[in-house]
Design a binder for this molecule. Sequence first.
Ligand SMILES: Nc1nc2c(ncn2[C@@H]2O[C@H](COP(=O)(O)OP(=O)(O)OP(=O)(O)O)[C@@H](O)[C@H]2O)c(=O)[nH]1
Length: 549
Amino acid sequence: MNACLAGGWSLNGPVLLTLVLGVGVILMARWVGRQRHFPGRESFIVLHIAIFWWLAAAGLELAAQGPQCKVFWASMAWPGIVGVPSLWAVFLWQYVNSIREPISPRRFLLLGIAPLVTLGMALSNPWHQLFYGPGTLPVDATPGAAIRYDHGPLFDAAAIYVYLFMLFCLAVVTRAAYASRGLHRRHYLAFVLVTCVPWAVNLGYVVEGWTLFGFDPTPFSFAFTLVAFAFLIVGVRLFDLLPVARHLLLEELPDPVLVVDARRRVIDANPAALALAEQPQDWQGVALAHWPVFGVELEAMLAAGEKDMLLMPATSSRYFEVRSLNIERTSRGGIAVLGRMLYLRDITERHCSELKLAEALATSEERLRTITRLHEKLQEQALRDPLTGLYNRRHLGELFDREQARCQRDHSPIALALIDLDHFKLLNDRHGHLVGDDVLRAVAIHLTSNLRESDAVFRIGGEEFLLLLPGASGDEAYARLQALCQALAGQPLPTRVGPLSVTLSAGIAQWPSQGQGLEALMQVADAALYEAKRGGRNQVRRLVAADTD
Ligand SMILES: Nc1nc2c(ncn2[C@@H]2O[C@H](COP(=O)(O)OP(=O)(O)OP(=O)(O)O)[C@@H](O)[C@H]2O)c(=O)[nH]1
């Protein structure tokens, strides 16, 4: 080695270019180290060092003049040649799987074994010639001429090791491109393309004998790949920006958000969720059921398999609409639920407006009911006589029409009786108008309490009443009116001045035999009533000549 270090050097153009490239790789490693963290960043930086090693050894091989020294520097390149694909594989695996923790030192040392063993095999080649065969000689006799290497079985073993890792790299990025969508897929397709470059260059060198300055172009292609990857990751920042943006959004969101794992332990909570839970301490990993303030309700919701609910935490006067979203991973085996995101949307304003609206609606419904009741009462009052509570004349027409239609269908008669109290003026004059009113009320009770269910009684004038007896024949009506008349005469009525005796006179008319309409019937009844008055009062009359019943 000392001989080679002290031996002849040639600082030609290709050597200088390799040197510049090597320095560039180191500067880029420094720059990547200062960028925001991304998964696999540490492996990516070590990868730069491995490529630098490879380039440095290649540069020294280019600069060395003696063939043995060239082979020596070519052997020194092996830690870089073997280390680059394995570090590349580690980096890509961490990147596509978003593994943020750096690889452990123990595993890192394990990865270093193969490069060191290969270095040992290459350096010990003069003794066994199993790495480079005896045909490893300069291409021509010119000083500093490039070496054509005769590959021995150990070289092939090292090459297989390297190719396996490169195949693995290609598989990792191809799978990532296959499993992702849209912009992410295009990002990974660019990864696949860039990963193919060293493959193509190396195959070109091995199969087609491509060279750069009469030298293996693979390390130069790896340097290019590094630049391309650095641009894709740090320049485009696709995977870097999204999580940061999403994290920021979650932090700034005024609505509480909790993330629970498959065992319902809280693994993340944004500041709004912590504030609502009154800033718990050591909260990470706490079971959802033990989460302060609103954990029990959320646990119950998830246990019941519900996807949403309305929540009003005990310590706050706010309302939240809770939504549960599954965090899933799709794999070949199907969809696996890794956890859940619980999003609590503050709907206090909306809920209060809804409550107020419902309250206003209930109030207006109640008012509407009151108005309807009052309206019905007014309608009823309009149909009734305020003194006796009996139906008045206004209601008579309507009721008569109804009964007439019914009796027409049933082929049954209707009897109508006009009743007038006898000498009522005298009673008024003797006892006063208020006593007269008492008598009118008592007569109304007397009449209604002696009626059948289908009958109706009306007060149609001062001391005039009308009885409608649907289904009653002339004889039947006459008999019933007689009974009413006699009962009234024999039973003094209670008044404020004591019991008073009153009598009535009545005239009966019969439908349909004595008239088709109400007016005609009333005239007949009135004529009969007149007969009763003329006959001495306290009696019932009907116009016998026209009575066909
Ligand atoms: N107390 C009271 N009296 C009334 C009411 N409406 C009418 N009257 C009285 O009833 C009386 C009716 O008198 P008239 O029509 O002369 O009849 P009458 O005295 O009963 O004599 P006859 O019908 O011929 O037996 C009048 O004095 C009216 O003032 C009322 O609402 N209350």
